[in-house]
Ligand binder design. Sequence first.
Ligand code: CMX
Length: 442
Amino acid sequence: MDKLKDKFASKAMPMAEQTRKLVKEHGEIVLGQYTIEQVYSGMKGMIGMITETSKLDAEEGIRFRGYSIPELREKLPVSKEGPEPLPEGIFYLLLTGEIPTLEEVINVNNEWMKRANVPKHVFDMLDMLPAKTHPMTQFSMAIMALQTESVFAQKYREGMNKKEYWDPMYEDIMNLIARLPRIAAYIYRKTYKDGIHIEPNPKLDWAGNFAHMLGYEALDFRKLMRLYLTIHVDHEGGNVSAHTTHLVGSALSDAYLSLAAGMNGLAGPLHGLAAQEVARWILDLREEFNGVPTKEQIAEFIKKTLAEGRVIPGYGHAVLRKTDPRYTAQQEFAKANMADDELFKIVQLLYEVTPEILKSTGKIKNPWPNVDAHSGILLIHYGLTEYDFYTVLFGVSRAIGVLTSLLWDRALGVPIERPGSVTTEWILNKIKKETSEAEAKA
Ligand code: CMX
């Protein structure tokens, strides 16, 4: 058994026992009530699942195992190349709840290196797809093609004791995360760089190697990738990609099937695809006004987008009610590394203009920017201009969060998920009944 697997088992097994006991002893304690409005609006604010890896606060933003992003930028081990945390560190933290040492992070990287080989049939399948296939579709299909390698599916077929589910799931999530940068880079080079592929460099860390395989050798781009892949990992359990991975996994679908499903959710424009939409929208804005627009021109462009019944991409959030700290982390990176960039100036102006206009509509609950409002312009700065690819980068990072959660699900014995649903007729009858009961009492 590898050391990390040992460590996970030492944390997860007592916790599984503890959760069984708490459900038995305190299962009847009420956590909340919910309304008809919540049922009709995406179950917002209803507590419906357990996610051990992170927790989102509407005002403060995300905490990973209790640590905020600024705290993690201080505490997680960094590469010798610069100040940004290594994503291997946040993986370790999400998995075990502990901040790793540099040695532990290097061990994760070594483990992923050993597991990074992608079978040829995955590349063959990708090569057969029409050139216009969206990178996210390619990414999801590649993950599905890799499912031939699932240790969990094989062990289940052989007949596995429930108590052992976590063990092959650990192997699957380690193998999958190890392989994703190679797959993503292959999709990028195939789609945009004439299929000239770049072999991994075993001397680099996971994110640095990903930058290298994409074809970007600038030191600052490697730093950006380390930050980017760290801050996008997780956003508690209810967001579409996390919830989908968890839900599909609850049927004991293996990590490959579950992650591909989650990635299909990430590929929606109200979720991760917003990263691409933001870049497209900002480039249109710049083109419309031949350069950095004035605040008045920005306001005009925003109002036109709203009048067309479209959303302002990168703004708003289902839970957050303040500026996303993942936005702020990227803003700080831009200030330190590309303060004079034209698109960064536009993003800064948008930050000044957009919230007031969104507030004035009277219906948007969060007028502040989310993570996607910033990421594209950082990538464009370093030459990665093919914005249809951006959500794949998001997906490589998000896999770390949703897969560590999936492993926790199997270790804790989380059962199949099956919420109830009702018809509108059922709701109308309930309203009728409650109204006549209230009238009878009055
Ligand atoms: N621009 C225009 N209208 C917006 C808006 C925005 N940025 N954000 C919300 N609204 C609208 C909604 O469409 C909704 O309108 P209707 O009542 O006409 O249907 C109304 O305001 C109320 O919505 P809400 O309760 O404030 O927001 P939701 O929780 O329903 O949706 C989100 C959240 C993120 C989907 C929404 O803010 C949005 O569409 N933002 C733009 C897309 C985006 O940036 N998505 C990325 C989110 C982060 C991520 O997952 O990666």
